[in-house]
Write a protein that binds this ligand. Structure first.
Ligand SMILES: Nc1ncnc2c1ncn2[C@@H]1O[C@H](COP(=O)(O)OP(=O)(O)OP(=O)(O)O)[C@@H](O)[C@H]1O
Ligand SMILES: [Mg+2]
Length: 644
């Protein structure tokens, strides 16, 4: 308790930090600040780019993860710490977004284009946009003309004829003109003494609509542009004459998003006319002021998003060509990497009120379903194999690791990642599984799979899609999960599984090496010289269907592979060579036929068997199961894996 700061302390410290950054002065004083730090005047895109780059960017290969190394060995892909803890498996999308900001920050053509995120439901478009907004909110304040409804850059006060000179002295470029409201105030209140105009530091805030504006899709029957550009206050029209800027309410999203960003949600649900305002805002960096008040300069990042169907519809209409040309499209497909999909649900659960036990492999199985539904079939392999390859795993087939190039698999597809089951669908299934098991307060692969099956049956899907989904759930995943489960239970059952596996591995290596080199095996204990035990070698190899003449080649491969590994300084273990690992695990599993009796015959266990059963349950509990799901999975295993 003592180590925690008190609430009062926290509040005071926070206030002190924020107060220390508050600033109020005149244009003249602001000019001095800019002279010391020209960055203060940076435009919106540069601000966002620098915000992203404040955190580290690293090469994706800077990792210890062998799977990531395998997947991206031929790609120059960067990962950005700014996004890293919240976004998974969409590194490419993110690097395209960063690339956009980079080139826009250099005031290239892209600084005058809309960043448009296009992807299926629940692929993270809104979350990406929100992340940028939260980033802005965490920045130091920016400087604005005090009282300006658009928080405009104070340098706008500098009259045209002096700008060249000021630009030279400050080392900055001055862009844009005063908004009608400030222009009027300047004339009325300060006359020619613009240097006395007050300037303040302001924090970005979405809620207070400072530097962040959001445009929700608008009711098509009521497309009033005031949402974008503000309006004239009718009540004030009585007091002031038409044309008096005091009647202006510059509170549209494009007004308040000046200096920061404006987000257009489901952008193509809006009328084209609406989109024109958005496009002029980026392309010309001006928007009309309501009524007869001319145009207003804006500087904002415009981020729009919608799903692919809306985009296709919009694109098909050739009258939209001019708009299309001013949009940078970044696809936000679903993630297709199993390990990353699991992280998505872990994140969502962490941020929610979901407080139940999650049994091992639950999120994995749910994620497998999501990804399977997002893959396009290939004639080179089945979908489960594709899923594993996309996950950077090695897939063993006929005793060999499958040599399929992941990039080629990806290149063969058309719309992969743009369709399938969404993250929200999976989250709902997790919730449903829990509400069906309130007393256990636990979700597990079995009840989640059931929830998914029920949801798919009820979902509004084309018949063949539904059929495909049900096949994944009832067939493909059923088998896959049973394999996982069998391994897991065996590990919990076999006394010191790891050691046994290593010892089998060492033995296999000794004998295989002697066999290949036509030498003898020296027994580790008795130092006796033995001829290589072919019977033993075969008993391992047959686990992965290496028989007859294939054995010689396999033994050579194993030795060569491991030799190469150890020369590179890698630590060699039974896990090093995927095909051999699989063979050893299967061998261990088959050597414990007893499991089946111990698990299935609850009533007739003798004392020794009961002891083994209890130890196994203990091990499972230690490995992350809870008393409720241990029961469930063991029953499931008894019924599906080892029924006589
Ligand atoms: N690749 C990903 N990494 C991390 N989280 C993700 C990813 N994809 C989706 N999510 C999470 O899934 C949830 C849904 O995402 P979000 O609301 O951003 O989707 P969207 O693309 O805006 O969907 P819609 O088109 O329905 O508006 C969020 O909690 C989001 O964080
Ligand atoms: Mg959204």
């Amino acid at each position: 308790m003592d180590s925690q700061p008190s609430f009062e302390q926290l509040i005071k410290e926070d206030r002190a930090t924020r107060d220390s950054k508050r600033w109020r002065g005149t244009l003249l004083e602001y000019l001095e600040l800019v002279r010391q730090d020209a960055h203060l005047t940076k435009l919106a895109h540069a601000r966002v780019y620098e915000m992203i780059m404040r955190d580290r960017a690293r090469d994706i290969l800077e990792t210890e993860e062998p799977r990531v190394k395998r997947l991206y060995k031929d790609e120059a892909l960067k990962v950005y710490d700014f996004f890293r803890d919240e976004f998974f498996g969409i590194e490419k999308t993110i690097s395209q977004i960063v690339r956009y900001f980079h080139s826009a920050s250099l005031k290239g053509e892209e600084s005058r284009q809309v960043l448009y995120l296009m992807g299926p439901v629940g692929s993270g478009k809104s979350s990406l946009s929100e992340k940028l907004q939260r980033g802005l909110e965490s920045l130091d304040p920016f400087y604005a003309i005090d009282g300006c409804p658009m928080f405009e850059e104070p340098l706008h006060l500098i009259p045209r004829h002096l700008r060249k000179e000021f630009e030279k002295m400050l080392g900055v470029h001055i862009e844009g003109d005063l908004c009608p409201v400030c222009r009027f105030r300047l004339k009325e209140e300060y006359g020619t003494r613009y240097e006395e105009f007050p300037v303040v530091a302001r924090y970005f805030s979405k809620r207070n609509r400072v530097g962040i504006g959001v445009v929700p899709p608008v009711d098509p029957n009521n497309q009033d542009t005031s949402v974008l550009i503000g309006s004239e206050d009718i009540s004030k029209l009585d007091v002031y004459s038409e044309g008096d800027p005091r009647v202006l309410d510059l509170n549209g999203a494009l007004n308040v998003g000046n200096r920061g960003m404006v987000e257009f949600i489901e952008v193509f649900k809006n009328e084209t006319e609406y989109l024109h305002a958005m496009i002029t805002a980026t392309q010309e960096k001006i928007i009309p002021a309501p009524g007869r008040h001319g145009m207003v300069y804006v500087d904002a990042v415009i981020v729009a998003h919608s799903n692919e169907a809306e985009w296709q519809k919009f694109k098909a209409d050739h009258t939209n060509e001019a708009i299309l040309d001013r949009i940078v499209v970044v696809k936000v497909p679903y993630n297709l990497r199993l390990s990353e999909e699991v992280k998505i649900y872990q994140k969502i659960i962490r941020n929610s009120d979901f407080r139940a036990h999650v049994a091992p492999h639950t999120l994995e199985v749910a994620s497998m379903f999501a990804i399977l539904s997002r893959l396009e079939p290939s004639n080179k392999c089945d979908l489960m194999t594709k899923l594993k390859l996309y996950n950077g795993e090695e897939v063993v087939e006929k005793g060999k690791t499958k040599k399929l190039d992941v990039q080629e698999l990806r290149d063969d597809t058309k719309r992969e990642g743009m369709f399938g089951i969404s993250t929200r669908f999976i989250m709902k299934a997790l919730d449903n599984a829990l509400s069906d098991n309130v007393e256990g307060n636990c979700i597990n692969p079995i009840n989640v799979r059931e929830a998914l099956i029920n949801m798919v049956k009820e979902a509004d899907l084309p018949d063949d899609t539904r059929k495909g989904h049900l096949e994944f759930l009832q067939d493909v995943l059923h088998k896959e999960y049973l394999e996982l489960l069998e391994k897991e239970i065996t590990k919990a059952f076999v006394y010191s599984y790891q050691e046994q596996a290593e010892s089998l591995f060492q033995n296999y290596l000794d004998h295989a090496e002697a066999y290949v080199n036509k030498t003898k095996v020296k027994d580790r204990n008795t130092k006796e010289e033995l001829t290589p035990d072919e019977g033993f070698l075969k008993s391992i190899e047959e686990q992965i269907a290496i028989i007859g003449s294939a054995a010689d080649g396999f033994r050579q491969e194993v030795i060569a592979y491991l030799w190469a590994g150890s020369r590179r300084g890698e630590k060699i273990s039974y896990r090093s060579y995927e095909p051999l690992k699989e063979a050893i695990e299967k061998k261990l599993m088959s050597s414990v036929r007893e499991i089946s009796r111990v698990i299935t015959k609850a009533r007739t266990r003798d004392e020794e068997q009961s002891g083994k059963y209890d130890t196994m349950v203990q091990n499972l509990l230690q490995n992350g199961y809870c008393p409720s799901c241990v029961d469930v999975v063991l029953k499931y295993a008894a019924n599906n894996l080892w029924k006589d």
